[in-house]
Design a protein around this ligand. Structure first.
Ligand code: MEV
Length: 317
């Protein structure tokens, strides 16, 4: 019998990179989801097929290609089976994701979360979110090296969260029905792990300059969480703009990202900034619903991939 699970992508509204060094950050789940269908098979192999990447791989004991882009998914599946005390099992896993990969939208975490959810469903176990997020974190370590844990957390729980590595997360209580988030692609590819390492190198080199930036980012996240809970989206937009300045200061912006950010702001966004690792990937703009079409049209002129998203309360289902 086939079962399906899905999990949302995310946008970081405040605090990427700073979160890696234990500052709080804010993420929202978006209404683009990774869908995973899984079923038991009769052999001892785990077959993973990604419709989006157009890649199929088999994994079995003694035949594990750790270089495969699908290896983190295999690892998540194996860990999920281990947590159920199932040592060997044949599985077929099919991934169909609406979330663009390598875009800072948490596609790898969402695929891991949905894969683990589907496996728990096969064996009729409850979707224990703490367990799902923990296993997905381990798979994220393979993808990104030293992830903060924000991606697997938001993808598992949905909604909007304030997250701190040492403390975990709190769900923010708000109502986002007046706003939209727009994500626009710089069409420059980059690698999250490399960018995280680049920022940390610079931080070590200029410790006394970077420390206040990190301190400031931490306060920014707390102010932004209050703005979200008060539904003060103008304030949230301003805080996003300040956050973008900090991200430029730590070296993850570039000319194209700046163009996208300024086009969004000049056409009515409440705030716009890099989202995710930067260096390429996407920007996020926050807009009142009444203004989003202008922002969308303007961004479409400078980017081939622009997504208009709602904030989604649904995590893993
Ligand atoms: C990547 O989506 C966000 C970073 O802060 C890395 C992380 O939190 O693991 C750059």
């Amino acid at each position: 019998m086939s079962v399906s699970a899905s999990a949302p992508g995310k946008a970081i509204l405040i605090g990427e990179h700073f979160v890696v060094e234990n500052q709080p950050a804010i993420a929202i789940a978006i209404n683009l989801r990774a869908h995973v269908t899984a079923r038991e098979s009769k052999n001892d192999k785990i077959l993973i097929f990604s419709k989006n990447l157009g890649i199929k791989d088999y994994f079995s004991e003694g035949n594990i290609n750790i270089k495969s882009p699908l290896y983190p998914i295999y690892y998540a599946a194996k860990e999920a089976l281990k947590s159920l005390n199932i040592e060997t099992s044949g599985l077929e896993i099919i991934i169909d994701s609406e979330i663009p990969p390598s875009a800072g939208m948490g596609s790898s975490a969402a695929v891991s979360v949905a894969t683990i959810g589907a496996i728990l469903k096969i064996y009729r176990r409850e979707l224990n979110k703490e367990k799902i997020s923990k296993i997905a974190y381990k798979a994220e370590e393979i993808v990104h090296g030293k992830p903060s844990g924000i991606d697997n957390t938001i993808s598992t729980y949905g909604g909007s969260i304030i997250f701190r590595k040492s403390e975990g997360f709190l769900k923010l209580i708000s109502n986002f029905s007046d706003v939209k988030v727009i994500l626009a692609d710089s069409e420059i590819s980059r690698n999250t792990g490399n960018l995280v390492r680049k920022v940390l190198r610079l931080k070590n080199k200029y410790e006394r300059i970077f420390d206040p930036l990190y301190y400031s980012a931490g306060h920014l996240a707390i102010e932004a969480a209050k703005a979200i809970e008060n539904m003060d989206f103008e304030r949230l937009g301003e805080l996003m703009n300040i956050n973008h300045g900090l991200l430029s200061a730590i070296g993850v912006s570039n000319r194209k990202l700046e163009e996208l950010v300024y086009v969004a702001r000049e056409n009515g966004a409440l705030g716009a900034k890099i989202t995710g690792a930067g260096g390429g990937g996407f920007i996020v703009a926050l807009c009142y619903k009444k203004d989003y079409e202008n922002v969308f049209k303007a961004l479409k002129k400078v980017s081939n991939r622009v997504f208009v998203c709602d904030i989604s309360d649904k995590g893993i289902i």
